[in-house]
Design a protein around this ligand. Structure first.
Ligand SMILES: Cc1cc2nc3c(=O)[nH]c(=O)nc-3n(C[C@H](O)[C@H](O)[C@H](O)COP(=O)(O)OP(=O)(O)OC[C@H]3O[C@@H](n4cnc5c(N)ncnc54)[C@H](O)[C@@H]3O)c2cc1C
Length: 438
């Protein structure tokens, strides 16, 4: 069988050889329990903690290692610099559906070519043009839903001068202040990045996309400060900005029938979501592996393969997509309330005797309780990290009474939670003042 994989930049799940190659190239494993803040010590490991590992690695290193691994495989030919511009198909006698028989490609020079293939995998990412390509071969367009993530995203890379990452409270940084979300991503070779994300409607905050304001914002965030201290690190890139981010899902089966045979969309080409949640690569790998299993099982039956892949996509990707959409909606409301100068959730209730709005209540608990709780309660931290690692489903946090009870306990102690919030970063008004100062 000849398969054409378009795009395709991720692979590696359950692939110890790839993990080994990444580690050899300088990626580092960060294990749960390393560098915990004093409030969470002494650390008592649990057997399942073994699975909680972050891979500190830049995207560029990751891609480079994967490409080398793929090139070393037998029967793989890599065509760099070639862009796919469409599909070729013929009618399938049994189903009447278009049966994809190859792709139209545009090499770096010369005329468009047709490459025949028994199978086409669209891995061209979030800008995948597969709906148009399907329309061109007479297939129905996929059902598609899109929702703006509502944020802009701004990042900068830094180099650790002596390679040593901060320890303790500043070791793992990922926080949501409502009006601002931020994280430090440790990479390989002493490189790390800091990312800020805020509502794209927050005009005064958009100045953080400028280098000077970006640095001011970082300096106002206590957990980030030890990373960017001049004696520890120096910037090695410009400030890079991205907006127009969307959660987008496409369905390639309608009313129990595939739209076309012999073509599958994997990763972001099928389902993409807000990058802030940091799981797009992992989910794309889960998806690619699932496709391999489906194709092994239904090698001779493209119709059955399409249905099986649709089912696995719904099972494995949909919950995370839905979670991203819901979180983004909540985040937009919280950020908008903060822009209007309101305190979010329960504290905003002007009349203490008024009935409780359950949605606002839960939003308030999560917004103001979860992140502070993660810094002082091991059970909460473990539950969050398990969900981040995709080991537990996204709803696991909200359906675990023990975790909810602990978050509530932190949330109810208003004085303590406000102190914790201050330790994570200033309120929006203060941040605006810092950014606007001469
Ligand atoms: C700013 C940002 C930060 C992110 N941070 C994280 C993170 O920290 N962790 C995480 O897990 N995920 C993160 N993601 C999400 C992650 O990048 C994606 O989910 C993941 O890369 C999807 O993999 P993919 O293979 O489906 O697509 P991609 O990685 O986008 O690969 C698509 C490939 O197809 C090629 N291509 C496109 N069109 C064509 C064509 N017509 N012909 C041939 N080739 C084509 C592209 O050049 C590219 O190489 C982030 C995304 C963004 C935008």
């Amino acid at each position: 069988m000849k398969a054409v994989v378009l795009g395709g930049s991720v692979s590696g799940l359950a692939a110890p050889d790839i993990l080994e190659a990444l580690l050899a190239a300088g990626a580092a494993e960060i294990r749960f329990g390393e560098n915990l803040p004093p409030e969470l010590q002494p650390y008592e490991p649990e057997p399942a903690d073994e699975d909680l590992v972050l891979l500190a690695c830049r995207r560029i290193t990751f891609e480079w290692v994967l490409r080398k691994q793929v090139l070393a495989l037998p029967h793989v030919t890599w065509h760099g610099g070639v862009s796919c511009s469409g599909l070729v198909a013929e009618p399938d006698a049994a189903s009447g559906l278009p049966r994809v028989t190859g792709v139209r490609v545009q090499p770096t020079s010369g005329a468009e070519e047709v490459w025949n293939a028994d199978l086409v995998v669209d891995a061209t990412g979030r800008r995948s043009a597969l709906p148009e390509w399907l329309r061109e071969i007479g297939a129905e367009a996929p059902e598609e839903e899109r929702e703006d993530c509502g944020i802009f995203y701004t990042s900068r890379f830094y180099r650790l001068r002596n390679g040593e990452r901060p320890q303790g409270a500043g070791a793992l940084v990922a926080t949501d202040l409502g009006y601002l979300k931020y994280a430090v991503f440790p990479g390989d070779a002493g490189i790390f990045s800091v990312t800020l994300a805020a509502s794209k409607d927050d005009a005064p905050l958009r100045r953080m996309m400028q280098p000077e304001s970006f640095e001011r914002a970082l300096a106002a965030l206590p957990p980030v400060r030890p990373w960017i201290a001049a004696e520890r690190a120096e910037p090695v890139s410009d400030v890079r900005n991205i907006a127009a981010l969307q959660n987008r899902r496409r369905r390639f089966v309608r009313d129990g029938r595939p739209l076309a045979l012999g073509v599958h969309a994997v990763g972001d080409a099928a389902v993409c979501q807000n990058p802030m949640y940091g799981r797009g690569c992992s989910l794309s790998m889960v998806h690619a592996w699932a496709l391999a299993d489906v194709l092994n099982e239904h090698a001779e039956d493209p119709f059955a393969a399409a249905l099986a892949f649709d089912a696995v996509t719904r099972r494995e990707l949909d919950p995370w997509y839905e979670a991203a959409r819901m979180s983004d909606r909540d985040a937009r409301e919280v950020a908008s309330a903060q822009r209007r100068g309101e305190v979010s959730g329960m504290d905003a209730k002007p009349d203490p005797a008024a009935p409780v709005d359950p949605k606002a209540f839960m939003r308030s608990v999560l917004q103001e309780g979860l992140f502070p709780a993660m810094t002082q309660d091991m059970v909460v931290l473990r539950a969050v990290v398990r969900a981040i690692n995709l080991l537990d489903p996204p709803e696991s946090l909200m359906s675990n009474p023990d975790v909810i009870g602990r978050v509530l306990a932190v949330w109810r102690d208003r004085e303590k939670r406000e102190r914790r919030q201050q330790e994570l970063g200033p309120p929006r008004n203060e941040m605006l003042r810092i950014l606007a100062a001469p």
